[in-house]
Design a protein around this ligand. Structure first.
Ligand SMILES: [Zn+2]
Ligand SMILES: [Zn+2]
Length: 315
């Protein structure tokens, strides 16, 4: 152990005061309560086919409820195994309905996606386009996760049918839930021209009831990425916390961005697990704690990264 590491704690204040607001908390609590209610509703006493899947989702939903409710209320304390310093950051929920976390997520993938899209030069035969696939909604029916998965399966079939990888095409797709729970898939596409009527016909065939599609080409690649990320950065807002809870349940286990063709398998997220910002050593999660007592050597991650801009400030 280094000699300058002492066991005396310093008062860093509560994580809550630093990272969250009280209004925020009451919304989170009511949404989380409904999430737990939905989880409880799906508790099955019968061992029927499918119960395992339901059980798994129930556990996921409860876990999400706990995390969403406590996002920003605790510090994540991370220690360096080598220099023995501690770093503090907010404990985050990574939930899609959490604005802070959604913003963070899209910032992480934006850069990579910009790179990919900018590397694609429009050619005589290929261009960038935005394609919207709409699924007809039914009154008094709220779609389930399996509907969402089926919709993405159909989108994949359509994309591979018209714009397969072997022709050098690719696509990214995200989902949007509109008013009355109707589902759209927004696709950023790199490929050749196909008449709208043909796409519509094929989409209708795949879905059985939905001929509505829209396709338009994009001039500026930057716009294309913004268009796609909009649906991830800005979580859908419901006035009713119950609806928000259903929305979370709907998206459980559904990936946020799907990629196809030449984009398939291209890592969009940078690898996590960074080294110690001060010594390059190995970091390890130590605990979550609401505060205020923290190790004396603790520094805020935010502080450290700012200090890094001015070399020599750290010793
Ligand atoms: Zn270190
Ligand atoms: Zn969060």
């Amino acid at each position: 152990m280094l000699s300058n590491v002492s066991p005396i704690s310093r008062d860093v204040g509560l994580a809550q005061t630093r990272y969250s607001s009280p209004e925020d908390l009451s919304v989170r609590q009511s949404v989380a309560a409904y999430m737990r209610e939905i989880a409880a509703m799906n508790e099955s006493k019968f061992i029927l086919p499918g119960y395992r899947e339901l059980d798994r989702k129930r556990i996921m939903l409860r876990r999400q409820a706990d995390r969403y409710e406590t996002c920003g209320l605790e510090y994540a304390v991370i220690g360096c195994k080598d220099c023995k310093r501690s770093f503090l950051g907010p404990r985050r929920c990574e939930s899609r309905i959490c604005e802070t976390c959604a913003r963070k997520y899209s910032a992480r993938i934006r850069q990579r996606q910009q790179q990919i899209v900018h590397s694609l030069q429009p050619t005589k035969r290929k261009r960038l386009a935005m394609l919207t696939l709409t699924k007809k909604s039914h009154p008094r029916y709220r779609p389930t996760s399996s509907d969402v998965r089926e919709l993405f399966r159909n989108a994949r079939k359509l994309i591979n049918h018209f714009w397969p990888k072997r022709l050098g095409c690719g696509a990214f797709a995200v989902m949007e839930i509109g008013a009355n729970w109707n589902l759209h898939i927004h696709v950023l596409l790199y490929g050749h021209y196909v008449p709208q009527s043909r796409i519509s016909e094929y989409w209708n065939k795949l879905t059985g009831d939905s001929p509505v599609i829209d396709i338009r080409s994009i001039k500026k690649p930057g716009q294309a990425v913004n268009y796609l990320l909009k649906y991830i950065t800005k979580p859908k807002k419901f006035n009713d916390p119950k609806e928000t809870a259903h929305y979370v349940n709907l998206l459980l286990g559904v990936r946020r961005i799907h990629s196809y063709g030449i984009f398939y398998g291209q890592g969009l997220l940078p690898k996590t697990g960074c080294p110690c910002p001060l010594c390059g050593g190995k970091l390890q999660l130590q605990k979550f704690d609401p505060g205020p007592m923290m190790p004396e050597t603790a520094r805020f991650f935010a502080e450290v990264f700012k200090m890094e801009d001015s070399p020599g400030a750290i010793n």
